[in-house]
Design a protein around this ligand. Structure first.
Ligand code: URA
Length: 197
């Protein structure tokens, strides 16, 4: 698995399938543990990610780590993290459809090799890449959907959205995220238990 993933990363390193290949500092392929049951898919690298070559290392990433840690999950032990795009769009604009299309090969390869049991679609861009007709993230977050290779997929809010909506009141995005992350941990524990049998 590690060798196969590394082969895909090597192909990505030289990628010029779209114009972002000219403007990136680094490709941002992944972080976290490859042999895990959970893959989290975000949108695209931002400034800090482009500089460091790692996903979710800026403010949104720090909040994501805190949320995961609140239920005992971490990228060191439990989760593999990647994005729909491996290169930063200029000024952090939304990924263009042709960029998503060009980059999709790498994401599909990551999922084919990893075969995660749980896929977290973090934010609108990741959601629409897999479930284009499922509805707005505010309506369908926290629900399980069928994904590739028998995986269960859950759309969740993007941590950048939570940074813009800091209230913890019942029904607020942060309160809903807290519910979702507990449900994710429950499913993760069930899967772990079942695979130990
Ligand atoms: N936002 C994302 O969606 N991905 C990152 O890697 C960083 C910020």
């Amino acid at each position: 698995m590690f060798e196969e993933l590394e082969n895909v990363r090597q192909q990505c390193l030289n990628c010029q399938k779209c114009p972002l290949g000219k403007t990136r500092t680094n490709i941002v392929f992944s972080d976290g543990v490859p042999n895990s049951n959970i893959v989290l898919i975000g949108e695209a690298p931002g400034f800090n990610e482009d500089m460091q070559g790692k996903p979710f290392v800026g403010r949104a990433g720090q909040l994501l780590d805190k949320i995961l840690e609140s239920v005992g999950l971490s990228r060191e032990n439990d989760i593999y993290i990647c994005n729909t795009l491996k290169c930063r769009p200029p000024e952090n604009r939304d990924p263009l459809p042709e960029e998503k299309k060009a980059c999709r090969f790498y994401l599909d390869e990551q999922l084919r090799i990893l075969k995660p049991k749980i896929i977290l679609l973090c934010g609108r861009v990741a959601l629409t890449s897999f479930l284009p007709d499922a509805g707005a993230i505010s309506k369908i977050r926290g629900k399980w959907f069928d994904g590739p290779n028998g995986a269960k997929m859950m759309p969740i809010f993007h941590p950048s959205y939570l940074l813009r909506n800091p209230s913890h009141k019942p029904g607020s995005p942060k309160a809903l995220m807290w519910e979702d992350v507990q449900e994710i941990k429950k499913k993760y524990d069930e899967i772990k238990k079942a695979t130990l049998k």
